[in-house]
Every structure is written in C-alpha cells, then in structure tokens.
Ligand binder design. Sequence first.
Ligand SMILES: CC(C)(COP(=O)(O)OP(=O)(O)OC[C@H]1O[C@@H](n2cnc3c(N)ncnc32)[C@H](O)[C@@H]1OP(=O)(O)O)[C@@H](O)C(=O)NCCC(=O)NCCS
Length: 332
Amino acid sequence: MKRPLAYIAGTGHAVPKQVVTNADIAAMGVDTNDQWIIERTGIRQRHIAKHGETLASLSAEASRQAMARAGVQAGEIDVIILGTATPDHLLPSTAVEIQTLLGCTRAAAFDVAAACSGWLYAAIVGESLIASGSADTVLVIGAEMLSTIVDWTDRNTCILFADGAGATVLRRSRDRTAAKGVLSSFMRSDGALTELLWRPAGGAAEPFSPEVFEQKRQYVRMAGREVFKHAVRSMAEATDRALDAAKITAADVDLLIPHQANVRIIEATAKHAGISMDKVFVNVDRFGNTSAASIPIALNDAVEQGRVREGTTVLFAAFGAGFTWGSLVARF
Ligand SMILES: CC(C)(COP(=O)(O)OP(=O)(O)OC[C@H]1O[C@@H](n2cnc3c(N)ncnc32)[C@H](O)[C@@H]1OP(=O)(O)O)[C@@H](O)C(=O)NCCC(=O)NCCS
C-alpha cells in the first residue's frame, strides 16, 4: 500500500430547497407511478432547483461547509476543480464563478467533464496535483443541475435525474507516518458507446436551432437497459481495480460509497465486490441520481450520520456517460 500523499480534510453538500416526490412527477402528467419508480430505481424523492438557485450558488454553499470542516480559509485554496455536465454557462467554466463567490483569489479553477464520474475524476486530478507538488490544498466539487437538461415528458429519464452539489477539501498529508488519505485510484473511459447516454445537441457539433428544439435534441437521451448492463460491469471492474491497487480486500472496506444511480446497480456492485449491504451507503431514495454530485453528497451524508469517522476505510466507485468509470479508496 502506498503512503497517502493527500487526504480528504472536509466535506459538505447543498441541495435545492424544493423536494419533488414520485407522486409529484405523476401529477405533472408523466405516465409513471410511485411503485414503479421505487421498484426499478429505489428513488422516492429528489431535489429540483427553482429560479435563483444556480450550480455556482449550490456549489459555493457546499464548499463553505467543506472548508469550515477542514479548517481551511479561502486564501489557502490552490486549485478548484468542479466535476459537472451541467455548467451554468458554456463559457467560461463554472469553477471560476465558484472561485469568485468563495473569494479564493489565488486559486486556479477549472471544470472536468466526466458525467456521473465527475467528482471521482476531479478528485483523482486533485490528488495528482498534490502528488506532483503543484498544489497543497484542492477544493474538489461535484455538482449538477440535471433538471435543466431533462425532458420532463420523458419517463425514461425525468424520474431518475436531479440537482445538487457536494464538496470536498483535499490536503497534502504532512504527517509522513499518517495512514489516512487516498490509498489508490482507478479511472477508465470508452467513447465508443457515447450515444447510449448523451445530449445530442447544444454543443459545437450541433448548436441550438429551431430544429433542435422541435426534435428535443437539447435533452438527455438514454438507452436504459443497455446503460444498466454497462454500469454493473464497469462498477464491478472499478471496485476490483481500486482494491487491488490499495492491496486490500473487501473485508478491509468499512463502507462502500457508490455513485447513486439506481439501487439495483448499487446492489449488483456490492454483491460483486463481496460487500454486504449494511456496509454500503445508499441515499438515492432521498436525492435521486445527481450525477457528479452523488458521491460527494453521499460522503457528506455518511459523515453527518457518523458512518465515516476517523479510521474508516471507504471504497468509492462511479460510472457515467461517456462511458466513464472509476474508483478510489480512502482512509479517514
Ligand atoms: C431506466 C430503468 C430504471 C428502466 O428500468 P427497466 O427495468 O430497464 O425498464 P424497461 O425500460 O425495460 O421498461 C419496463 C417496462 O416499464 C415501462 N416503463 C419505463 N419507464 C417507466 C416509468 N418511468 N414509469 C412506469 N413505467 C415505465 C416500460 O415502458 C416497460 O413497459 P413494457 O414492459 O410494457 O414495455 C433502468 O433501465 C435503469 O436503471 N437503467 C440505468 C439508468 C441509469 O442508471 N442511468 C444513469 C447512469 S449514470
């Protein structure tokens, strides 16, 4: 096992005030029902932004909490990395807007696009910047406003996706004998299957136009069953690879915090890894699939519930559009 160079010093999360239940979605005229959604996904409710709540404002709120818990001042942040698929603006990055809201005047700030693996990819980049000596303190955020890119008449997608932000502060380990910190990580992508989960228009290849809006090509499209299969396979690979790299086994893991896509994908991942469900953190029932935000929201939720404490070994695993997938083992 490598000596950890960086550790997660603080966590925070923020979600929109508005709660939308499964019954609320059915009441909007979507042909679905509470029982179907719970059985197929495990989701009972989600938070959806209203006017005034932006990706940057939620991210800043989550970040302030994480920085306070880490005991870090705005001026100490060297780099801000935001994982997101739903930036507030296409230009510039939302990370620079967050920087301004937080007053992190000496930080470099940028976004990472890796869909639901966004926080995980951003955390690995942050750890690498610390390992290379480029940074000591990195604010790593995962945040989404998926409600803005979902077709609210498409029952395949609108029941799943939601809004929220999660933040973590990564710091250089000063104690050379410290056992806490990032023990291993793994990341992988496969762009051959992009069209199974994507947003066809709105980018440079197909800018917004009347035809785009008419055909609803600005919204997320998903082949649910195919995505499900790939998610289970990739999450399984991800858990194996991070455990191998950390030279630990599933028995050493105190808590698995997987991407909160769907409770059935989470159960399949846990089963493959040989981790019992009492050691798996699930909050998809309350937050839905918040993509890049789901792991840092779940981590902060787990911290607040006392399920992540000093000494806890956590295995994180993510999967998302791209496809992208990855994993990380950290001891707290
Ligand atoms: C989307 C998902 C929940 C659908 O579940 P599924 O078991 O694959 O369901 P299917 O698409 O096969 O549909 C089964 C039936 O339910 C119906 N159905 C689909 N969506 C429905 C909804 N929201 N409400 C009610 N019925 C629905 C279908 O029309 C179908 O009916 P039929 O049997 O009469 O044809 C599931 O495929 C999934 O979780 N995929 C992964 C999605 C994901 O996690 N994406 C993000 C990855 S980061």
